[in-house]
Design a protein around this ligand. Sequence first.
Ligand code: HEC
Ligand code: HEC
Length: 347
Amino acid sequence: MLKCLNAIIISSGLFFAAWSDAASSEKFGLGRLATQQEIKAWNIDIRPDGSGLPKGSGSVVTGEEIYLEQCASCHGEFGEAVGRWPALSGGEDTLKDDDPVKTVGSYWPYLSTVWDYVNRAMPFGNAQSLSVNDVYAVTAYILNLNDLVDDDFVLSRSNFKDIAMPNKGGFYNDDRKDTEIWSAREVCMSDCKKHVEITARARVLDVTPEQEAKRSGREQPTNKSKAETSQEASLAGENVKLLLRGEKVFNKCKSCHALGESAKHKIGPHLNGIFGKAAGQQTGFKRYSKSILLAGENGLIWDNRNLTEFLISPKKKVRGTKMVFVGLKKPEDIEAVIYYIRSADKE
Ligand code: HEC
Ligand code: HEC
């Protein structure tokens, strides 16, 4: 990430310079040319192949002195970390654990990143205070802490590339395009689904953690008044009650109607997507009565009112319907079952 950020900064600097030159006949009055000094100050990234490294060297022995003085207070004498500061050593063979310990030794693929990071950002709070040779030395010492070089090792630009980091092979280019199973198939990228499926309604499930926040005494993240919030909470509670009641009422319909994902037609059609549809329109149901088909053609839409009337008395609402059902008596039951059907809507 660091590399990337750096590259952006540098390239924007260079880009600006190039762009200004080319556009010198047409000025927009924005900014100014980056100076050579500024570009030099930005352009400090070190690449995995070592390019960007300045001339210099430093030994493990010198590195230890600098480290104990300027780094150990946070990273620990042996890189084991003090408190919650990051560890710089250890963690070998933990990368596949649930809780991997990612350190320079166990995780980092390139030594150049260590050099770059220390040079750029450490010691924390006094960044870029180390000399080039100090950075070489402290980098050598971090390698030593991870048992990657001996005590008498001296790191320099010339032997930098010889150091192989243990996890180098753990990083590779993203090859999922070729290796994943779906790469063999044409992948659909737009309009892949005819209908949007609403599988649950957050309002009904009451997933909004308003009450949770209240219980633990945290600040409400919204600027709603308490009255509004509790009104909503009780509304959500109402909805759940309605839903439960609807589910119970629907037991009376279940012998003939299915609802929900993978619902099939039974004696009656499945009722997915029925709300708002014209009567007699459930695809694949072959046993509609002529009367209900005709009612649909004549504009009978299953809205709240029509459904309510139909459920009070199917035969009265659609004379000659095949739905043999005495009808529901209680208005609350009807309201609840309609609510339930709409909530389970899976078309
Ligand atoms: C005051 C505490 C402190 C001191 C002193 C300090 N560091 Fe750090 N170091 C940090 C913090 C905090 C981070 C993590 C920064 C972040 O993630 O943005 C870090 C990160 C690092 C990392 C990257 C670790 C990783 O796995 O992400 C290295 C390498 C490192 N420091 C080396 C050094 C060296 C070398 C010195 C001494 C020259 C030093 N640090 C001094 C606090 C400190
Ligand atoms: C004994 C079986 C049976 C029961 C019980 C039953 N239905 Fe029906 N229902 C049918 C049949 C059969 C149809 C098709 C009517 C027709 O073709 O005239 C139907 C049609 C419907 C329709 C119209 C479907 C369409 O595509 O236009 C709705 C809505 C409906 N029923 C809701 C319910 C509800 C809600 C309940 C329970 C409260 C219920 N039904 C109970 C058999 C039943």
